[in-house]
Design a protein. Structure first.
Length: 509
């Protein structure tokens, strides 16, 4: 008869993190992590999903120290467009980046309006100029110490003025000079992040920023079927990392692909995903995987578990793979990072995941941002829009849905392409092409909508403050000590309910 596991599949949402003795305040907690030679400012990877990853997402995520993963199911021209945009956006630590035409505010603009601008754009450095574009100073936003003045306070009262005869402590600036060596020298001597460049009339021309870390690391998923060697030859030299892409990587060809990758592209970290057991982790770790992605059946667009019956609770997967990773390190002296993928629905889930995983891979999270590749819709959930102010929802779909097949064949504008081939109702054409040759296949994903949240940078920065606060309260200093010191406790359904706002009519969040 079939075996019955004595394990219980548990969800991330069932657990809470206990507090410890605080050794460092939240603002001192580092969220930096490494994946071999890849250094990241956040322990985040985008899911390898069509609806998430396009050129805009690669640029925005990469600039903010997040690893972008290109899905294998895109057309070659779409993959190349992402790689080209990402390559153009790359910066190395110590390089100077010029920002032209930054969003400015007038001296009389209220701090409330300026903070709305900061929240919308993610820019924490706002030039203060008059109506003639003459620069007067800068408002520098510190999210850990937000202003505590009346919302109607003019920003001129909070700005840092330019340096002058009457203000030796003001901001330095350059006149009609873009000499990078000179800029680097001033920024280094003054320990500043930016330097304005003006003309002889003090009209703002550019703002020079000193890059503090390497940016825009990118990975690409490799198919487990067909001519995967050709995919390696085509993409390996353009990506920083490659990953085997399967909902279940436990099959012989996966080891063959891993062996090929380690032999021919040994300088590129090669990941294997996805798995859900300790035994599979050991097999791939011993075979030389650079990192291993865990999770199956719990993604927000996934039907693998609900329809097919394959999968495992993400807490159980994360816990088991973390234990196996640590045991493997003790036995072999080789540390194989564990990436938690799927079932991460909120900030609490993110923190629980980071108590086990070295990184977390998220789809639904990144799908909600302005930079996501998928179409955006108005509040009626039907009308497409490119107006940022009208965006209310973003489309999402699983890689196991026929929608992914259509995008893989015709690109994101597949409806138009199919309508041009077969004039008539676009939705009926789409339905026919989407399901025509799927006999023998299983549909393992859904199509839906997620709420629009805004731009990536301010949203990630806001969430990072919550993560740092939780990690600080757990008595940790960084992600490594958090994994070592975190104490998790399972909560009853009633406890989880009690931790929500209750016995109150919530009128504002």
């Amino acid at each position: 008869m079939a075996k019955i596991s004595d394990h219980l599949s548990e969800s991330l949402s069932e657990y809470l993190i206990q507090t410890g003795w605080i050794e460092a305040p939240p603002e001192q907690i580092s969220l930096e992590t490494n994946l071999g030679p890849i250094s990241l400012q956040y322990p985040f990877m985008t899911a390898r999903m069509q609806c998430v990853v396009g050129p805009k997402m690669a640029v925005a995520a990469g600039r903010n120290g997040i690893l972008t993963m290109i899905p294998r199911s895109l057309r070659d021209q779409d993959k190349q467009a992402i790689l080209d945009a990402n390559q153009k956006a790359r910066l190395k630590k110590g390089e100077i980046e010029f920002q032209e035409s930054p969003e400015c505010a007038f001296p009389e603009t209220t701090i409330e309006d300026v903070l709305q601008k900061v929240g919308r754009t993610g820019h924490s450095i706002i030039p203060i100029t008059d109506k003639f574009s003459k620069l007067h100073g800068f408002y520098v936003h510190d999210p850990n110490n937000p202003p505590t003045v009346h919302p109607a306070t003019p920003v001129r009262e909070l700005m840092i003025p330019l340096r002058g005869e009457s203000n030796a402590n003001g901001l330095p600036f350059l006149v009609n000079s873009e000499n990078k060596s000179e800029i680097q020298q001033i920024l280094s001597a003054e320990n500043r992040k930016f330097l304005p460049i003006v003309d002889t009339n003090q009209i703002l021309r550019k703002v020079a920023f000193l890059q503090r870390y390497d940016t825009n690391y990118i990975g690409i998923a490799i198919s487990t079927r067909g001519n995967w060697q050709e995919e390696f030859e085509k993409w390996a030299h353009q990506a920083d990392t490659l990953v085997l892409d399967s909902s279940n990587s436990c099959f012989p060809a996966a080891l063959e692909i891993l062996k090929y990758a380690r032999g021919k592209f040994s300088d590129k970290p090669f990941g294997v995903g996805n798995i859900i057991s300790a035994d599979a982790f050991k097999v791939f770790a011993e075979a030389g995987a650079s990192y291993i992605i865990g999770g199956m059946g719990v993604g927000s667009i996934c039907q693998t578990g609900s329809t097919r019956g394959n999968g495992r609770g993400q807490f159980t997967v994360a816990k088991e793979l973390a234990r196996t990773r640590d045991e493997f390190y003790k036995e072999k002296g080789i540390y194989v990072p564990n990436v938690v993928d799927g079932g991460i629905s909120n900030l609490k889930d993110m923190t629980i995941s980071l108590a086990f995983g070295d990184l977390i891979m998220m789809g639904n999270y990144f799908n909600r941002f302005f930079e996501a590749a998928a179409p955006k819709f108005k509040a009626d959930k039907k009308t497409p829009t490119s107006d940022e102010g009208l965006m209310a929802y973003i489309e999402t779909w699983g890689e196991g849905h026929p929608r992914a097949r259509l995008v893989g064949m015709y690109g994101m504008n597949f409806r138009q392409a199919l309508s041009n081939q077969s004039p008539g109702d676009a939705s009926r054409v789409t339905e026919r092409y989407g399901h025509a040759s799927l006999s023998g296949a299983t549909v393992e994903g859904v199509v839906g909508l997620v709420p629009y949240r805004g731009r990536l940078k301010p949203s990630v920065e806001e969430d990072a403050r919550y993560l740092r606060t939780t990690i600080s309260n757990a008595g940790a200093l960084d992600l490594k000590t958090f994994r070592e010191r975190a104490v998790l406790e399972k909560a009853s359904a009633r406890t989880l309910q009690d931790m929500l706002p209750h016995d109150i009519e919530v009128t504002e969040k």
